[in-house]
Design a protein around this ligand. Structure first.
Ligand SMILES: C[S@@+](CC[C@H](N)C(=O)[O-])C[C@H]1O[C@@H](n2cnc3c(N)ncnc32)[C@H](O)[C@@H]1O
Length: 202
């Protein structure tokens, strides 16, 4: 039963990927090794508000749901309507909200729908295909204003992008005071996971 569900999810992902490759940016949901590498840096014991950008099949979302404290809130953004409907159907839990909106409008949506102010998010985890987006604009207009002082931003990139010479680190370095890197070989394709921290003003 579980393997049938995974098969459906992979098929569904591939199907959407063929139709909207630029927006999805990958052919398969993230592997469990990649999910762990993405989710491990989230400070679950202290985080009150976690955002996810690009929930896709819900593989990362499901793991956050398993690990988060019941009182902490997870708000996941997913623009693709098919993925969104599946996420709404499959993911249930306390304090989890799936939002069918573009992340470039996330600050506005968070304020209007949830009363979330800037500077109040503990962690933003993103599996967006950063190289096909105006990523630095997203960082400056949405991600950085939303994060608390000392807040965490997690983003991955595929090694294929490195081969093409498309690099994420220099962009992140311009905006974050601390950046840690993890290499995930067991993923299609292998990935680099960046964990970045905003500075704490004294
Ligand atoms: C690589 S996939 C996510 C993979 C996901 N972690 C998984 O394992 O299934 C990237 C996702 O970001 C979504 N996305 C891309 N651009 C977006 C945007 N501007 N706003 C919201 N979601 C977006 C895509 O629809 C896609 O589902």
């Amino acid at each position: 039963m579980k393997s049938k569900r995974i098969e459906n999810s992979v098929f569904n992902f591939l199907n959407q990927s063929v139709r909207h490759f630029k927006e999805i940016g990958s052919v398969a949901p993230d592997s469990s090794t990649c999910i762990n590498s993405l989710v491990n840096p989230i400070p679950f014991d202290s985080a009150e508000l976690i955002l996810e950008y690009g929930a896709g099949s819900g593989a990362v979302t499901g793991e956050i749901l398993k690990r988060k404290e019941p009182e902490s809130t997870l708000i996941s953004f997913e623009k693709n309507k098919i993925f969104y409907s599946r996420l709404r159907k499959n993911l249930k839990g306390k304090n989890i909200f799936i939002v069918n909106e573009d992340v470039f409008n996330s600050r506005n949506i968070l304020l209007l729908r949830f009363g979330v102010q800037g500077g109040s998010v503990d962690c933003i985890i993103s599996t967006l295909p950063w190289s096909s987006l105006k990523f630095e604009e997203l960082l400056m207009n949405e991600i950085l204003p939303l994060l608390k002082e000392g807040g965490i931003f997690i983003q991955y990139m595929y090694t294929l992008s490195v081969l093409k010479g498309i690099l994420l680190r220099p962009i992140l370095k311009r905006h974050f005071s601390q950046i840690d890197l993890d290499f995930v070989f067991f993923n299609i394709p292998p990935a680099l996971v960046y964990t970045c921290r905003t500075s704490i003003k004294k």
